[in-house]
Structure formats: structure tokens, C-alpha cells
Write a new protein. Sequence first.
Length: 178
Amino acid sequence: LTLQVHRKKLGRIRYIPEAINYTQDPQSLRDFIKQNMRWQRGFFQGVMKYKIGLRPQAVDLGLGYQMLELLFYLIQMFVLVPYIVISTHQWKIIPIVLFSDFAVTCALAIFSAVAAKRAAILGSLPYFYFLRWIEIGITVIAYFEVVALRRFRGETFKGWSTKGRRYALDAKALKDTA
């Protein structure tokens, strides 16, 4: 939808701080992976369908920057660091790089918690870092499936069952929204 709004110049997409949005997060790691796989496949389907990155529009530049940033991160972690380790025989570099990466993530989480005035963000940091690596893997898999292998192209949504995976929004689930 966002891509269509940009491409067809249907209006502007804005951040509205007063807006309230309730989400239903996956209840298990398996559901999280399935949900993110759907989202990433859908993202790459949109990129291919609307030729994102091939036009001089803001959405192209923004998404192109994000993809370039991911590419540089993957090259750094899976090409440059292993090359340095193998060529220098300094295996100590791996934990230093991972700790530095985690420290940057911690700094961003602290900034986000302060900016949003939500200390609960800090409690999810260890899980967030783990899930971030899972999401990076899902993104790479979805990219290869949709872009490189040309699977899932033009598929229409057939639906899926959420029975047993959704839960009622109660006071406990809503405690962090105020």
C-alpha cells in the first residue's frame, strides 16, 4: 500500500504521534518466523512489481539506502570479518565485533526507550538482538526466493489461519500503551 501511495502520488504518508495502534505479536518463535517470512516475501514482491530502486523518487532512495545498508552489513559480517580472521589468525576479532555490534544495538535501544519514555523497551533487548539475526536470515532467504530464484512471483494471497495464535487484548497486554 505504501508503495502504491508513493508511485501513484495519492498523497503523503506522515507520522502522527497521537495515533494509537494495537498489534498482536506472534506467540511463538515459529509464528514469528512465519510472519516475518510472509512480510519479507511481500516486500520483495512489491520491490519487483513496482521496480523499486529504478526510479528517482524518495521511496526508491529510502528503500535503496536500507538495502545497501543491509548489503554492507552482510559483507562486513560474513566476508570482511572472516577474511581478517583467516588472514591474521586473530580469532579474538569475532567476539569483539559481535560485542561491538551488540553495544550499538544497546545504545539504540537506550535512545529509543528514552525518546519513547518506555523503559520496558530495555527489558526486551536480549531477545531483540537474537531476533534481529533471525530477521536478517529471513530477509536473505526471502530475497533469494523472490528475486534470485523467482519464486512466489505474482502469487495472490490465499489466507492463513490464526486460530489458536491470537489472544485477547487485556489490561496486561495494553499496560505499555499509556
